[in-house]
Design a protein around this ligand. Structure first.
Ligand code: CAA
Length: 258
């Protein structure tokens, strides 16, 4: 499949989608979002892929939703009918882990895209922010919710109400990102992390992601019950037998994904 606004490839069982509108700092136009979600869903359905990676370029992960196309869609009904925000729901339904490799600007929808992924590997130059307030709007693709969950209310208020931007160090300290790595190696480091996860037992990885994300949807008792059902379910897989046999016989497990 060839795309106009993203580049895709598979390497070391990792499906990589790179945003490719460098002149517009990878602004997330509806067409780009459509392509990105199509690509992520295709990777999700591909048994040769175990983990997904979303990235931009050194200067910009993404500067957010495409302001020019939003300015044109100037009514609430036009926004409601536009695929712009609806595309984002597709990302939440991806079953395999999605890692964001972020360098440079991750602003507005770009920050929201990174936060909608499961982990963030940030380069030393990464800058996170929700500057929508400067446009007379608020984040519309999860920023108020995911930022607040990630960094807490106090800091989220500053970021969203007053365009406070976080350096990579601040974002790490606040719990928004997993790790900070040099700009020169950020993509390789993210790829190493993704390929390590991609080499693990696929069903266990998928259900572990589901169980962790359920924390944000359920009270503790329901979450615990959900976790134990997923745990029991894994005893129906060949990989559970394989993993335990490999441990007992002191050998490397050979995962089959079934
Ligand atoms: N949408 C559309 N085009 C964008 C863009 C965006 N979000 N961000 C940058 N661009 C374009 C600029 O219009 C410019 O294009 P032209 O060369 O055709 O004029 C080009 O990218 C380069 O941008 P600048 O000249 O502004 O470059 P800079 O280095 O001076 O600044 C920047 C870089 C700080 C990222 C700045 O471009 C900027 O502030 N961008 C907007 C960030 C923003 O407000 N994001 C939130 C968008 S709204 C949103 O995301 C809503 C949501 O929740 C879904």
């Amino acid at each position: 499949m060839s795309y106009e606004y993203i580049l895709t490839r598979t390497e070391r069982r990792v499906g990589i989608a790179q945003l490719n509108r460098p002149k517009a700092y990878n602004a997330l136009s509806p067409a780009l979002m459509q392509e990105l979600m199509d690509a992520l869903e295709a990777f999700d359905a591909d048994p040769a892929v175990g983990c997904l990676l979303v990235t931009g370029n050194e200067k910009a992960f993404s500067a957010g939703a495409d302001i020019k196309s939003m300015a044109a869609a100037a009514t609430p009904m036009a926004m409601l009918n536009s695929p712009l925000i609806a595309q984002w729901d597709r990302l939440a339904k991806i079953g395999k882990p999605v890692i964001a490799a972020v360098s440079g600007f991750a602003l507005g929808g770009g920050c929201e895209l990174a936060m909608a992924c499961d982990m963030i590997v940030a380069s030393e130059s990464a800058k996170f922010g929700q500057p929508e307030i400067n446009l007379g709007i608020i984040p519309g693709a999860g920023g108020t919710q995911r930022m607040t969950r990630a960094v807490g209310k106090a800091l989220a208020m500053e970021i969203i109400l007053n365009d406070r931007r976080l350096s990579a160090q601040e974002a790490k300290q606040a719990g928004l990102v997993n790790r900070i790595v040099p700009v020169e190696t950020y993509l390789e480091e993210a790829l190493v992390l993704a390929s390590e996860i991609a080499a693990r037992a696929p069903a266990a990885v998928r259900l572990a992601k589901e169980a962790i994300n359920a924390v944000y949807e359920m009270p503790l008792q329901s979450g615990l019950a959900h976790e134990s059902r997923l745990f029991y379910m894994l005893f129906s897989t060949e990989d559970q037998k394989e993993g335990m046999d490999a441990f007992i016989n002191k050998r490397q497990a050979n995962w089959k994904g079934i």
